[in-house]
Design a protein. Structure first.
Length: 172
């Protein structure tokens, strides 16, 4: 938007400047012709000289004002260029933000997928923990049974030993 405005402003400024130059050139030509005519017909056309003098003064004033307008136009053009650069920078930031905002639904979908996977993993971990506890209980029971069997075996061995001792004692 500012780019088009700037181009139009530059076009108007160039047209205005070229128009002023053309008027200035024509004014200079008129001055030269006027001087030649003045020299030739000075005493006869005093009213015309006064009219041309007014015309010339008006054109000089217009020329000065047009130069002032051209300078003011250049200042405005500089401001517009700076504004364009500033808003172009902002536009880039807005476009980047828009791209990031467009990626949010995909991000949320991925986040939801990851969250459900974590929930499944948590359930799997809890099931694994339960199974590990069951295996540990089974190992403890097996160890306890082994210890019990070992104690029973020792008791049996002790009984046999004592019977032998009793028989040996009775046999005396």
């Amino acid at each position: 938007m500012f780019e088009n405005f700037r181009e139009k402003l530059q076009t108007v400024q160039q047209d205005f400047t070229s128009g002023i130059k053309t008027l200035s050139d024509k004014s200079k030509e008129a001055k030269v012709k006027k001087k030649q005519r003045r020299d030739e017909h000075l005493p006869q056309y005093s009213a015309g000289v006064e009219l041309l003098s007014r015309y010339e003064d008006t054109w000089v004033t217009l020329h000065k004002r047009s130069k002032e307008c051209a300078k003011a136009g250049e200042i405005v053009d500089g401001d517009v260029v700076m504004l364009c650069a500033h808003w172009e920078k902002r536009r880039g930031a807005v476009l980047e933000l828009q791209e990031q905002l467009q990626q949010i639904p995909a991000f949320l979908s991925n986040l939801q997928t990851i969250t459900s996977r974590i929930a499944h993993l948590e359930a799997d971990f809890e099931e694994m923990e339960t199974r590990i506890i069951y295996v540990e209980d089974m190992c403890a029971q097996c160890e306890h049974q082994r210890y019990k069997d070992f104690q029973i075996l020792q008791l049996e061995n002790y009984k046999i030993k004592k019977r032998k001792e009793l028989e040996a004692f009775k046999g005396f």
